[in-house]
Design a protein around this ligand. Structure first.
Ligand SMILES: Cc1cc2nc3c(=O)[nH]c(=O)nc-3n(C[C@H](O)[C@H](O)[C@H](O)COP(=O)(O)O)c2cc1C
Length: 298
């Protein structure tokens, strides 16, 4: 498989090999091919994928800009609002007409985890919806109970907000950061954290001067990144998504010096998650979310 390598010369190709036979120590097991559903934010990308992929594309998740996690960047040059968030416009609204014409099943995502939205998606020709934000704070979610209670409390007070951070994620894609005191959204907490790259899930391969491959991440210690040929400007405001998300599920690195602060992500709909909490309760289950999402009217 071809891999993307920073600082590689034009036309230079790097590949990663995986041999199932060697890995299994003999005959490799026959694997069942899972369905391939591309997650895209535009009809153009869906069309390119459907027509040019060298394998079967079984459908698409069409994800709008209000969705939790990473978001696609706006089309065209990046422009930031006064608050520092990417500015999205009409061109960023996926053209469902073109997507329907592809004739493949699709699911709509991004603020579809609300009552009535499933029916709306079906009416638009979708096979269903994908929701994340509604489930991230439910009882079965791996996020710690303390953080979930904090987020539900913020929604109840009308103070649950997300910031679409253009630089937080080492991937370079905009990333929705839920604003919660004591987590990495807090500039004091962020500033007090000592940078470390000990997990490396988002590292990027780069070509070293001697031609071999190394790995770097713009959220690692700045001096390390610069020594590896990265630009200092690319390290500004980067957040360690690896450690931050693990801390959010109670697996924070504890080295005796400092505990890793959590990093929370959610979509714009987080403002309304308190709707899933029944009177007399402080929490809600995934079944209660499904029950409410299947309701056609409130
Ligand atoms: C806590 C959280 C983590 C997510 N992690 C991923 C991820 O690792 N990969 C991915 O493709 N989408 C991820 N998403 C996006 C969801 O798969 C889904 O498309 C999105 O949440 C739908 O929009 P909604 O947030 O308005 O419900 C995540 C969403 C949330 C809320």
């Amino acid at each position: 498989m071809k891999i993307d390598v920073a600082d590689a010369g034009a036309g230079e190709e790097f590949t990663s090999r995986f041999d199932p036979r060697a890995f299994c120590g003999g005959v490799a097991a026959k694997l069942k091919r899972p369905r391939f559903l591309g997650i895209v934010a535009s009809a153009a990308l869906a069309m390119t994928m459907a027509r040019k992929a060298n394998g079967r594309v079984d459908g698409f998740v069409i994800e709008g800009v209000s969705a939790g996690g990473h978001n696609a960047p706006p089309r065209g040059p990046m422009q930031l609002s006064d608050e520092g968030e990417p500015v999205y416009g009409e061109r960023d609204v996926p053209d469902l007409e073109k997507i329907r014409e592809l004739g493949l099943p699709f699911w709509l995502a991004g603020s579809y985890g609300a009552p009535g939205k499933l029916a709306e998606a079906l009416a638009l020709g979708a096979t269903g919806i994908q929701a994340g934000t509604a489930f991230a704070s439910c009882e079965e979610s791996g996020i710690t109970s303390e953080l979930k209670a904090q987020v539900i409390g913020l929604s109840r007070e009308g103070n649950a907000r997300v910031f679409t951070d253009p630089v937080a994620s080492p991937t370079g894609f905009p990333f929705k950061v839920l604003q919660v005191e004591g987590t990495l959204s807090d500039s004091e907490t962020y500033g007090a954290r000592k940078r470390i790259c000990n997990l490396g899930y988002l590292r990027r391969a780069y070509k070293k001067l001697d031609g071999s491959l190394g790995y770097r991440c713009p959220a690692e210690p700045v001096a390390d990144y610069v020594r590896k040929g990265g630009l200092e400007a690319d390290t500004v405001g980067r957040k360690c998504v690896c450690n931050g998300l693990l801390a959010a599920i109670g697996l924070a690195r504890v080295d005796g010096v400092s505990d890793e602060p959590a990093l929370l992500t959610a979509g714009v709909e987080v403002a309304n998650i308190v709707q899933f909490v029944k009177p007399g309760s402080e929490t809600y289950s995934s079944a209660e979310v499904v029950e409410r999402l299947l309701k056609t009217e409130d």
